[in-house]
Design a protein around this ligand. Structure first.
Ligand code: ZN
Ligand code: ZN
Length: 242
């Protein structure tokens, strides 16, 4: 089979395209993308789904009480779900977590209010404590962009995998080194994400998770990632097999 035929066959087989890494404002202080802009942007690109992975760490969460902070965080996701009514695009809840003492980020898929509430109680503790004490059998927990400047490699045994292909145009995520590291460590899960934050920078929809079946919930995304039955698309035309 010619490579181009194979590519077309894979695209047809893995026909659903989902963004795994996207930030909205105000929940992510660093993003300029409102829930409405998020939906419009990805609908225009023909995506089937977007996971909203806003920053989840103490300095980024706004509000006085835990309940207020969680409510404000979740409300961006809910606004995005509402904005998606009338579009053929599904919005999922994820999160990008951070724990002291460093600036490492971790992607979480398979999230709901109760899980985030549990995560919240560990935001002042180390990631190793969180992973030891909190069992998340229906979620996946991955180190985001592990080879960016300022990031420390996390102990592999407490990870389900890594985000090898972080496509944020404002950072060098050293994706080649990350992909090689993922193979060396034999991580079961590698992901790609656009880390979309800003308009008008060619930042949106740079990568997609392509799946055979359309996930219905955030937990279905975790299940697909665990199954290994997925591929990636980088840009509009490059297929990657994780
Ligand atoms: Zn950010
Ligand atoms: Zn991010």
């Amino acid at each position: 089979m010619l490579p181009c035929e194979l590519k077309e066959r894979l695209k047809k087989e893995y026909c659903y395209r989902i963004e795994l890494h996207a930030h909205t404002c105000p929940a992510s202080g660093c993003s300029q993308i409102t829930p409405k802009m998020m939906v419009e942007t990805y609908a225009k690109k023909g995506f089937d789904g977007v996971v909203i992975t806003n920053h989840f760490f103490l300095e980024n969460l706004k509000g006085e009480t835990k309940e207020e902070r969680l409510a404000k965080y979740i409300s961006d996701y809910e606004e995005t779900v509402k904005a998606a009514e009338g579009y053929n695009i599904k919005v999922f809840l994820g999160a990008e977590l951070r724990f002291p003492p460093n600036c490492n980020d971790y992607m979480l898929y398979g999230a709901d209010y109760d899980i985030l509430s549990t995560c919240y109680d560990y935001l002042d503790k180390e990631v190793s404590t969180f992973r030891k004490e909190v069992k998340l059998p229906d979620s996946v927990f991955l180190q985001a962009h592990p080879f960016r400047n300022g990031i420390e490699l996390c102990e592999p045994s407490i990870l389900d995998g890594i985000e090898s292909f972080n496509m944020h145009p404002g950072h060098n995520s050293r994706v080649g080194i990350a992909a090689r590291y993922a193979k060396e460590q034999n991580f079961k899960i590698q992901i790609a994400g656009s880390d979309f934050h800003h308009p008008d920078q060619g930042h949106e929809a740079v990568s997609a998770l392509r799946t055979k079946v359309m996930p219905k919930t955030s937990f279905d995304i975790a299940k697909i990632l665990r199954s290994g039955d997925y591929i990636f698309e980088i840009g509009e035309n490059t297929i990657l097999l994780p």
